[in-house]
Design a protein around this ligand. Sequence first.
Ligand SMILES: CC(C)(COP(=O)(O)OP(=O)(O)OC[C@H]1O[C@@H](n2cnc3c(N)ncnc32)[C@H](O)[C@@H]1OP(=O)(O)O)[C@@H](O)C(=O)NCCC(=O)NCCS
Length: 157
Amino acid sequence: MSQPKVERLKINYKTLEEFQKFREYGLQELSMLEDLQANIIENDSNSPFYGIYVDGNLVARISLYRIDAKYDRYFEPAQDYYELWKLEVLPQYRERDFGTALVNHAKSLGLPIKTNARCRSDEFWLKMGFQPVNYDPMRDRGENPFVWLPPGVQLRG
Ligand SMILES: CC(C)(COP(=O)(O)OP(=O)(O)OC[C@H]1O[C@@H](n2cnc3c(N)ncnc32)[C@H](O)[C@@H]1OP(=O)(O)O)[C@@H](O)C(=O)NCCC(=O)NCCS
């Protein structure tokens, strides 16, 4: 099968309408909509989301936020990294490597990645080459963090 194309999503009314199909539609999307309506952000500005389209419809998405090295409490040496969340493939498009393609795209950006493995998805993250971290209650506060380390990067402590 050919590699699915991963695209950076623009913030516009069409994208926000597509987001309503996803289970994890919430405050982040609503605030984008408000910012768009109030002209705080421009139509078609870049979003932290990347996605895959099939026949013009968004069927899979991921959100990637770059965190500054000064807030890094996971990696050695301390460095900028990506916080990954809202990875979701619409149910009828699962098991077609779309999730893998989105995660590979995140890895291709070359920085370590941290995610909170929810929905009993540990097995998926292990398959993606992520590893669990030793739980630190002060740092992790109820999360289930999994990380991906590029060459030369280690887990702290
Ligand atoms: C988890 C999710 C993103 C996977 O997307 P997908 O496109 O179906 O994944 P892929 O087709 O790329 O699958 C890659 C591998 O992971 C496995 N896999 C997929 N979903 C899995 C899950 N929930 N648990 C364990 N393994 C899973 C696949 O069987 C496949 O294994 P294989 O390489 O041995 O065949 C998708 O099921 C989803 O959106 N789930 C709901 C939201 C969610 O759980 N998000 C993630 C953390 S909050």
